[in-house]
Design a protein around this ligand. Structure first.
Ligand SMILES: Cc1cc2nc3c(=O)[nH]c(=O)nc-3n(C[C@H](O)[C@H](O)[C@H](O)COP(=O)(O)OP(=O)(O)OC[C@H]3O[C@@H](n4cnc5c(N)ncnc54)[C@H](O)[C@@H]3O)c2cc1C
Length: 473
């Protein structure tokens, strides 16, 4: 075997539980970690993630140095980059998989090139509990319903022979293998809007581990209830770390399973990791859903094209406080609470009847935790056109959702400060305040904050009629 190896960083910015990195360091004298920044992928509206990746590279680079591993960053597409590796360089290449059809396609092309050129390589399981093709129904077909999927997936995972704990070895000397490495700052988006993220996130493996430990110590016990209230710290906020592999889902699963005081909340939390597994299984077994509706009858849905409404939704100016708070939280922090993602999603596809793909695109651009599997599967879940989806006719009432999950309006007031003087009674329907009252508190609806774009009851009736029209065709 060659003395030198390349660890190809994909979505796995971590030292712990990183099989490809561990294999490389335990079998070679000298290892370089390379990251290939393919701007074609990021320029397709993944601006927020450019920030996360850039910062992650800086942090991860420092960690790798402790093991005498240099980090080299290249602006290229993956196939182009690897096609220049020559056998004479005597390098072996290792990586962990990403479970997206496009990425698996890239792997295939690279593998075929390496085989042809007789370059040594090996790839490893990525950041999932199970390979998606390991969990199928008895007849060998993939699951389309979450509960039986997860029952099986959990069993398959627990029955697996435990993987050897992959420990990374410190090497004697470091070395760069290639020319033309760029600085991680080059990846940052041009628009400095990302600066705000620095107030909320530290994209590192250490931070991920700290957050998980704190969540297990303080919050997981009440997760089953608190996770629905956006003003509480009720969820783990680990999603951007999981997405970029700063923490592995195996690590999360093991730590949660080892909690001594078992309670239903812990199970509920692990079930969410199950939803992530389900989404990955769906997009790989039904890759057509990355481009359109899984349920084909929705191809005939009479979506409305309304750029004014779409813009108002994106900017958090719909006139429905709970929706606007969510959209502003997203823009400010690169993250949004799950309950509110469902509310804003439902509002876009049902009240405004705008195609879910517009929402998916906006989330892709703004979410630090965007991943194709979760985003597409969840948007289709909200729209009713996906697997095991919420039925289209179940339409969230944004006023009631607000009153139920943000009773005191704490969340709304945090993100929509122009409503800070509105009393509790009206915080989710400020247009119902008497004019005199609006004047007294200097909050004029229609001037300081918009009137609702649509009336809930009318929008609901129109959405139901549109849905009915699918059945007639
Ligand atoms: C319209 C819409 C779009 C979404 N897009 C994404 C996305 O691009 N990326 C993403 O990671 N999640 C997405 N989600 C799922 C969910 O909202 C986030 O995973 C969650 O809010 C992240 O916060 P958390 O880490 O505090 O979650 P926790 O409640 O602490 O859950 C722990 C982990 O479980 C996983 N998880 C939780 N809920 C879900 C879910 N419903 N489906 C799949 N996995 C889940 C995540 O990896 C999460 O980090 C979307 C949901 C909706 C309704």
């Amino acid at each position: 075997m060659s003395k030198q190896a390349v660890f190809w960083i994909r979505d796995d910015f971590r030292i712990k539980n990183n099989p490809a990195l561990s294999y490389a360091t335990n079998n070679h004298e000298c290892v370089s970690a390379i990251y290939i920044y393919n701007n074609l992928k990021f320029d397709q509206k993944r601006e927020a993630q450019k920030w996360w990746v850039s910062k992650s590279l800086t942090e991860f680079g420092k960690e790798l140095q402790k093991y005498n591993i240099n980090l080299e960053i290249f602006n290229s597409d993956e196939i182009n980059f690897f096609s220049k590796i020559k056998k004479e360089k005597d390098l072996s290449v290792y990586w962990n998989k990403i479970y997206e059809p496009e990425e698996l396609d890239i792997d295939k092309k690279i593998i075929s090139f390496f085989e042809k050129e007789k370059i040594n390589f090996k790839f490893f399981k990525g950041n999932v509990l199970n390979e998606f093709n390991k969990v199928n129904k008895n007849d060998g077909t993939p699951f389309k319903v979450y509960s039986p999927f997860w029952r099986n997936a959990e069993r398959v995972y627990l029955e697996q022979v435990p993987e050897k704990n992959s420990i990374i070895k410190k090497l004697k000397k470091s070395k760069n293998f290639f020319n033309g490495s760029i600085n991680s700052d080059k990846i940052l988006p041009k628009n400095k809007w990302y600066k705000k993220f620095e107030n909320y996130w530290i994209p590192s493996e250490t931070q991920a581990e700290t957050n998980l430990n704190q969540f297990i110590k303080n919050e997981i016990g009440n997760y089953g209830v608190d996770r629905d209230f956006p003003s509480k710290k009720g969820t783990s906020k680990l999603s951007p770390f999981i997405r970029n592999g700063q923490i592995s889902v195996q690590n999360i699963f093991e730590k949660c399973s080892n909690i001594k005081q078992k309670n239903i909340s812990i199970k509920k939390y692990i079930n969410e990791i199950g939803w992530r597994e389900f989404s990955h299984s769906l997009i790989n077994n039904f890759p057509q859903m990355l481009k359109g509706n899984l349920r084909k009858e929705f191809d005939r849905f009479p979506w409305v094209k309304n750029s004014k409404f779409l813009k108002a939704w994106k900017r958090g100016m719909t006139g429905y406080p709970i929706v606007d708070a969510g959209m502003r939280e997203l823009y400010e922090t690169g993250w949004m609470h799950n309950r509110i993602r469902m509310v804003v999603g439902s509002f876009l596809v049902k009240h405004l009847r705008i195609n879910w793909q517009e929402g998916e695109k906006h989330f892709r651009n703004c979410l630090l935790d965007f991943n194709a599997a979760n985003n597409v599967a969840q948007w289709q879940w909200v729209a009713g056109c996906g697997a095991d989806a919420a039925p289209y006719f179940r339409i969230f009432n944004p006023i009631l959702q607000g009153e139920k999950f943000d009773k005191d309006g704490e969340y709304v007031k945090k993100w929509v400060p122009e409503l800070s003087k509105v009393p509790k009674k009206f915080i989710h329907k400020p247009w119902e305040m008497e004019e005199k009252y609006q004047e007294a508190i200097k909050t004029i609806i229609g001037k300081d904050y918009p009137m609702p774009l649509v009336k809930h009851e009318i929008a609901r009736q129109e959405a139901l009629a549109a849905f009915q029209s699918l059945k007639k065709n």
